[in-house]
Design a protein around this ligand. Structure first.
Ligand code: GLU
Length: 474
């Protein structure tokens, strides 16, 4: 059997982290089993679906490296197939037209609520006579199509994550609507559970791996497979991603779409690495850094946890920083150059080796790509604003003289190298009888406007190449 799995996002918003994580697990599962990963765009909600969201989803999956083998398929182009399936169920007597009006359904729910009963459709139109139907039609009522769900059915499956799961038919809300209202001759829009099952059958999906929020749909879908006489796939329900506080994710948590993570300066391999750890761990559970390909070798659904996975910004930042710190300098230089250009810095004004040197200097302190914009500001903008600490440093005893001395010596230095810089510092120490630390701190305050930062000599060399050290020391 060839493993075939799918990701089936609805284009009603940008690619969400939860959907993307489900995509990661499906991708890993497919690759582990040398199977196929299919992209299906569930755009049956015509009012809320937008082409720009489809684009965002396709771009996001591509950026993350979650390549698919088939698709994207669009449900909106497959309506005939779904209508045929609804018709099959009608013909078999497993589905029927229900004429209940919204007002009747509301009244029914209100009565159930008053009796402390769970809301459900009471199957009232299951066995209408032809005369009753004709009377409703004559009133101008438009029927929905409902699929029969017997209350006494017990539905069980062995979930790839959760083990044995059992549902009672009576808990599924009564006979389920599988197609919207239109008329009894013309069928309305087929709905989610039906459409998914028809597609999963048609696309020969062997394993349905999706978020736990869909677990209540699975028993309904299993009944549909049975009704259509098709083989039931395996199901695996992955834990939800929770907020750092362990609650349901909300917009406030800032954990939303993949494109936002991209904008925040996370790197795709780092984000995908982190997402893999949201609910899964490798056999060697101490291993935290790995590529998608490495994870795929090791990926088993048994190691997916049942408990919700808390989103941890610190961990994501740490993983991202590890990728940045180990990236080859030429590649990182290219990426940072893009960040610097976006920040409005003139990267044409400097040489490629200078950019690479600046990259080497800043790389160890980067957490997110975007950090490079702020950290590089003093190297790209001639004007300097000094923070309070730096200004205080420059007002300390001996500091103005020391810096004036260095500035003066600098003018006489033709070949300014790291050695020359160190030598100037030593000379200043001797000449003014001050501590080396004072000279270093003061130099940094004068050159960068701050008292902390990356390697001072390298910083100085870079600024010297721009001719900005003289002016800042003056
Ligand atoms: N369109 C559904 C979603 O985005 C997919 C559900 C499924 O995987 O069956 O949640």
């Amino acid at each position: 059997m060839t493993v075939r799995v799918r990701i089936a996002p609805s284009p009603t918003g940008n690619l969400h982290i939860g959907t993307a994580r489900t995509a990661v697990f499906n991708w890993l599962f497919a690759r582990h089993h040398q199977g196929q990963f299919i992209l299906r765009v569930e755009d049956t909600d015509l009012e809320r679906s937008r082409p720009e969201y489809t684009q965002n989803i396709v771009d996001g999956l591509t950026w993350l490296g979650l390549t698919w083998d088939e698709g994207p398929f669009f449900q909106s182009e497959r309506m005939d197939l779904y209508r045929q399936a609804v018709q099959t169920l009608l013909d078999k007597g497993l589905a029927y037209h229900c004429y209940a009006t919204p007002a009747e359904l509301d009244a029914m729910r209100a009565a159930q609520e008053a009796n402390n009963e769970a809301p459900r459709y009471d199957n009232r139109h299951r066995n209408l006579t032809p005369d009753q139907k004709a009377a409703f039609e004559a009133e101008g009522r438009k029927p929905v199509v409902r699929f029969r769900i017997e209350d006494d059915r017990v539905i069980s499956w062995t979930d790839l994550v959760r083990g044995q799961v059992t549902w009672q038919g009576k808990d599924l809300g009564g006979d389920m609507v599988i197609a919207r209202a239109a008329s009894s001759t013309e069928m309305g829009q087929p709905l989610y559970n039906l459409v998914v099952v028809v597609d999963d059958i048609d696309m020969a999906i062997t394993h349905v791996i999706r978020g736990e929020d869909h677990i209540g749909n699975t028993p309904k879908q299993i009944l549909l497979y049975e009704a259509l006489g098709k083989k039931i796939p395996e199901f695996g329900h992955t834990p939800l991603i929770l907020s750092p506080a362990g609650k349901k994710l909300s917009k406030r948590d800032g954990v939303t779409s993949i494109s936002e993570f991209q904008e925040m300066g996370f790197m795709a391999p780092a984000l995908v690495n982190y997402m893999t750890l949201l609910g899964w761990s490798p056999t060697d559970s101490t291993k935290e850094l790995f590529s998608l390909a490495e994870a795929a070798q090791d990926f088993e659904m048994q190691r997916v946890t049942k408990a919700g996975a808390k989103f941890d910004w610190d961990k994501l930042d740490w993983i991202n920083s590890q990728y940045l710190h180990t990236m080859p300098i030429p590649e990182l230089t290219d990426r940072l150059t893009t960040v610097w250009q976006a920040a409005g810095y003139d990267t044409q004004a400097v040489s490629q080796p200078w950019l690479a040197q600046l990259t080497t200097l800043l790389a160890p302190s980067l957490t997110r790509l975007k950090d490079a914009a702020e950290q590089a500001q003093v190297f790209f903008t001639p004007d300097l604003t000094r923070n309070e600490e730096a200004s205080a440093q420059l007002q300390q005893a001996n500091v103005p003289e020391v810096l004036a001395f260095i500035a003066q010596q600098l003018q006489q230095t033709s070949d300014f190298t790291a050695e020359a810089a160190k030598d100037l510092i030593s000379q200043a120490v001797k000449q003014h009888g001050v501590k080396k630390g004072l000279v270093m701190r003061s130099l940094r305050a004068a050159l960068t406007g701050e008292v902390h930062g990356p390697d001072l000599i390298e910083t100085w060399l870079l600024l010297h190449q721009r001719g900005w050290d003289q002016t800042r020391l003056a």
